[in-house]
Structures are given as C-alpha cells and as structure tokens.
Design a protein around this ligand. Structure first.
Ligand code: FE2
Length: 388
C-alpha cells in the first residue's frame, strides 16, 4: 500500500499510509482555524498525538488539547472538554483515538451547539429530535480498527442520573463526523489485546448488522464486505503487527461496518453496553466473549442460507457440508482462544451478583431490538446465564 485514496461514503474519507498529513488541509477546507484536539492518556503517552501534530503542519501546533477521555467515555469527560472548547474559543474538533475518544468528541460538539442536559439527548428519551443544530466540524482520526464511530451518527457516553449509571446514546445524522482520516501508520503500535479487542468489535458489528432482521440490502452488502476483510486480516495483523496492508484492510473493514450501524446490532451489543457502563472492560473484548453465545442464543432464528453466506465470507466453504452455524460457532470460539479472550463473562471479571442490574440495563439498551430472536427480560436472563 503506497498511496492515499479519497472516498465520500457518505462523509469524506482520506485512506492510506500518511493520510494524517492531510489534516491541516482538511481543517482549512472546513474553515476550522482553532480546533480542540481530543484524545486519551494512552494516545498522548505513546506519542501518537505528537505524531499527528507533527504531520499536520502549523495549523494545529498551538491548538488546545483535552487528553483525559476514559476508556469508556463519561459525561464528565464531555463537560470538561466542552469547557476547554468554549474557554479557548475553538471552532472545530479533531478526535484522535479509538471509539471512546470519537464518541466523547461527538458529545462535545453536540453540547457546543445545542442547549440542554446531555441525558435529554438520549435516543430512548426522544433525544434525536432535540438535536437541532449541527455541531462544529469534527474530524475523526481512528487509531484503532474497530469502532466505526468515525463514520457513524451515534455516540455512547456514560451518565449517572438518580443513582443509575448507564450508557446513554445520542444519535443523529448531524453527529456524523465531517471527515475521517484512516491512516494505517497510526495503528501499527496498537498493543495485541487492543488490536484483537477492537478488531473483534468490528467483526461483531458486521455479523450483528447482517443478522439484523431489518430490511436493508445496502448495509447487507457492506456488512459482508466488512466481514470478509476483517476475518481475513485480523489474524494477519495479530501475527504480524507491522503489516501495513493488513492494518489498512482492518481500518477499511471497521469503517465499512460503521456505515452499517443503521441496520441495527444485536443482543451481544446490548449486554456489552450494559457491562461497559459498570466495569472498565474493553468493549470489543466483551463482544468477542459474547459472540459464540449470541450465535447459540439465536440458533433457531438464523436461517441456514444466512449462516452459509457468513461461513463463505469467512472462508469456511469446505467446512459447511453439515451445519454452517456450527462451523461459524467453532470458528468464533477458535478466534477468541487464539487471541486469549475469555469464553465466559466471569473470566472477564464481571461479578455474578451484577446479574439483575446488567439484565435491566441490557434490556434498556436499544440494540437487542434488532436481534434475530425477540428479546424479553426472560430471554435476556437466559442470555446472561449462557454467557456468565
Ligand atoms: Fe461495538
């Protein structure tokens, strides 16, 4: 891979090694002269922030930085960064990091342009209609290949109201970043567990989208394309972290799966969001643990032709003589084993006594509404029992 490609799907995308060098030009095009740079401590400490600043030229050299986004973004991160944004009279935002950083940056943009309490913008409270004003231009620079947030309309942020802590979801076409820069050079130093966790997150997005019962042929095609890329390249970059082509394919696959969010996800993401609100466990690792469980839970509702299509995309053609779903389940368990991802929630450190509250939080999450199997509280309890 030796050049930069430009796409609009539906936002502008610069893709390729060295694409970060275009950041200054993109800011100028968007008329953002003083952006707030948003990242987390890990991005700062591993030098990626400095790398991005050095590559982008003078326009962002003296820009203010908010570097304290938590690994699951919290409301206080958004409010602190918003203070910085307003104090420094910023006119744009550059998010450099994983999904948490990009989601927090979307929260800053949302509150910078819309009056109200963050929780009021929750989709479950009809908040999408309250997002009336487009936020300042946001440029997303993902440093992991997983989130898809760089092209999506949603932001998940932990809030606490009346003693209840959960992940609220703000979602609106207005929250889609104005531009994404996918530079595989920025993912080369990602540690193995984060490569595996974020890659499995993207894989779960693609699979859950494809299996969502909502009618959306466009997303079906994109999700299958994402699945094929991720399934082929995740093992490659785990064995060979410096493989720039593999890293690029992972970024492309994760971004494609991000475009597919509007078809909806599934029960795995509902439980993962619930757990992520209470425990500081990597979102993608939770999803990976839950993936084989989700297949089993949905067994009756996953049609044989869908399972066969998935099996074909992940390269299991010769293994699907009998039951394609069984082959996929064995494959997903094998991937988790290869990446040292536990097979049970208890081994991830999720306490058994959280059962009731996590089932309740997972039921309040909207992702299970597009799960292949209809999901009432008793079903969620069954899912928990299978997964814990
Ligand atoms: Fe996810």
């Amino acid at each position: 891979m030796d050049r930069i490609y430009k796409y609009t799907v539906p936002i502008g995308i610069d893709f390729g090694p060295g694409a970060i060098e275009g950041l200054g030009r993109i800011l100028a095009e968007l008329k953002a002269a003083r952006p707030l740079l948003v990242c987390d401590q890990g991005i700062r400490e591993c030098g990626l922030l400095d790398k991005a600043i050095a590559a982008s030229g003078p326009i962002i050299e003296d820009c203010p930085v908010y570097d304290a986004v938590a690994s699951n973004p919290r409301e206080e991160n958004v409010l602190d960064a918003l203070d910085r944004y307003q104090d420094e009279k910023c006119d744009g935002i550059v998010a450099i990091g994983g999904g948490s950083v990009i989601d927090a940056a979307k929260g800053v943009g949302l509150l910078a342009s819309n009056q109200g309490d963050l929780d009021e913008f929750d989709v479950l409270k009809g908040g999408t209609a309250r997002i009336r004003n487009g936020p300042p231009p946001l440029i997303a620079v993902p440093t992991t290949a997983g989130t898809g947030s760089e092209v999506s309309r949603g932001a998940l942020i932990i809030t606490t109201r009346d003693g209840i802590t959960r992940k609220m979801i703000a979602a609106s076409p207005l929250l889609v970043p104005r531009h994404a820069i996918l530079d595989p050079n920025l993912t080369l130093s990602l540690p193995a567990l984060l490569t595996a966790g974020s890659g499995m997150d993207a894989l779960c997005h693609a699979i859950e989208e494809y299996l969502s019962p909502r009618m959306h042929p466009v997303v079906d095609s994109i999700a299958l394309g994402a699945l094929e890329r991720i399934a082929r390249n995740l093992p490659i970059v785990m064995k060979d972290p410096g493989n720039i082509d593999g890293r690029g394919e992972m970024l492309m696959g994760a971004m494609m799966a991000g475009i597919g969010f509007e078809k909806g996800l599934g029960i795995g993401h509902s439980m993962s969001h619930a757990i992520g609100a209470l425990h500081n466990i990597h979102h993608g690792v939770i999803n990976a643990t839950l993936l084989p469980v989700s297949f089993e839970f949905n067994r009756e509702q996953i049609a044989e032709n869908l399972a066969s299509t998935i099996a074909g995309k992940i390269g299991l053609d010769s293994a699907v003589e009998g039951n394609a779903l069984d082959s996929i389940i064995a494959w997903s368990k094998g991937l988790n084993k290869e990446f040292a991802i536990p097979s049970r929630l208890r081994d991830l450190g999720v306490p058994g006594e959280d059962r009731e509250v996590l089932v309740e939080l997972a039921m309040a999450d909207h992702c299970h509404r597009t799960n292949p199997r209809r999901c009432e509280t008793a079903d969620m309890e069954e899912f928990w029992e299978r997964a814990w």
